[in-house]
Design a protein around this ligand. Sequence first.
Ligand code: ADP
Ligand code: MG
Length: 567
Amino acid sequence: MAKKQFRTESKRILDLMVNSIYTNKEIFLRELISNASDAIDKLYFRSLTDQSVGMSRSDFAIDLAIDKDARTLTVSDNGIGMTAEELEKNLGTIAHSGSLDFTKNNELSDEIDIIGQFGVGFYSAFMVADRISVTSRAFGADSANRWESEGGDGYTVSPAEKETAGTEIVLHLKENTEHDKFDEFLDPWRVSSIVKRYSDYIRYPIRMEMEHQQRKETEEKDENGNPKVEYETTKSVDTLNSMVPIWKRNKKDVTDEEYKSFYKEKFYDYAEPLRVIHQKAEGTTEYQALLYIPSHAEFNYYSKDFERGLQLYSSGVMIMERCADLLPEYFGFVKGLVDSEDLSLNISREMLQHDRQLTLIRTALEKRIKHELSDMLEKSREDYEKFWNTFGLTIKFGIYQSYGANRGQLEDLLLFRRASDGKLVTLKEYADAMPEGQKYCYYAAGESFEKLSKLPQTELLRDKGYDLLCLTDTVDEFLFQILHSYSEKDFRSVSSGDLGLESDEEKAEQEKLEGEYKELFDCMKEALGDRVTEVRLSSSLKTHPVCLTAKGAVSLEMEKVLNTMPG
Ligand code: ADP
Ligand code: MG
């Protein structure tokens, strides 16, 4: 039989797949299963109006089978099937339906990236198989056909036997190489875990014969008189996927327990999350989101290696493991997923960035998370402080990195320790507690709360009943410079030299004294040399005779901290 050649663009993708060095080869199964699910969808919808289909929803299924000796993995469905022409059109040509238009994209490296992100449908099976045979019988046709290919050198289509409508895809797995192990796809447990990972929420059952070890106590006794135990291997056809995603269910039908165990299982966390957000949006953008605020940070959270992002699903099929574009960076600690019917399975990363739906989702999620955090701050202070101690730095960086552009979003989430009692307070709580006449929000920045609360400059403030915020993160003082003020009161550092406490007369008096003592100060400056830039009269001291102050952008205390940090 004459071999037919693939179309040029298909051939390029094939070469890419055959020689793929992509590490996530397992996604081929997701692609085949979602094709099977699409094919079933088509026949199922037809059955709703066409009596001759003679099938009901529960008759549909996707079956997986492993033959270790033959080294094959088979994926079959009882969906709509394909005619000989369709086999040729659909499998001989890539970019047929929703697939990407690869002809426009000539960069090979980009293509590999696309495999990583989305897979490219049927052809991805050539990453693991060196021969694929597809036997299909279209619904309503009276014969079946087989499409066969070993990859690059073309394919054949020939008549075949198949009793019922649907498609059976047999993958002849590649032999192991030094770098790649293809045997793993012959292990039922491995295959089952891939199904759970990517296709758990496919709406039809995905079944496979599984072996189970069953413990059995025998009549015989061991030396201690206990019954001897035997293990019996039983086989059963199991449904591997759970079919109804928890996020598609109604909030009121899902228990707290279910939300939490789903989280632990899905995101590999041993600890319960602080908060669960389950959102179902209808209207112009339809989506469901299930988000979690973790109670602790991952070990690499504050490192460059941390990959943030939410899982992205399209109609129950996971299309991206970590979609960073769904959240602003400062909410990068949030875990969870978003499912939207409006996104196509083969959407590219570039397309995602400009996707209007995605932008709307992102804006809505950001608002929702902000709301959840404010709510926690208001109603469960203990939880919030726990959150703050773990992720507070991220929020600060969020304001810092955007030069304060998103302060409205975040500034009310900030907490700082106040000097009077060491409690963590919001800027609002600090401002609300200000006595009448206090003109500024005072702060001191430095290494530790203990040191800051003992600064000589704080004495006069305390006399007046003015509190101050103690900033101990290196980013804090820069953050305050960006924020500049809170509720119309400027921030003022206690080491700025001028606390703004004295009246106009007192100020004039101060200036007069400065002039009178000029000679003394010049003399002191000369004696101290390069160790100081200036000697001045201070108005911020009470019992202490002298204090050190920085003239630059940051306080002396913070300068010290910065100097100790590695380059
Ligand atoms: P996509 O799913 O994006 O269209 P694929 O490469 O995964 O791209 O599949 C190409 C086409 O082959 C599908 O659009 C569909 O028409 C057909 N096809 C693939 N698998 C099946 C199947 N199991 N049953 C029926 N048609 C299928
Ligand atoms: Mg597909």
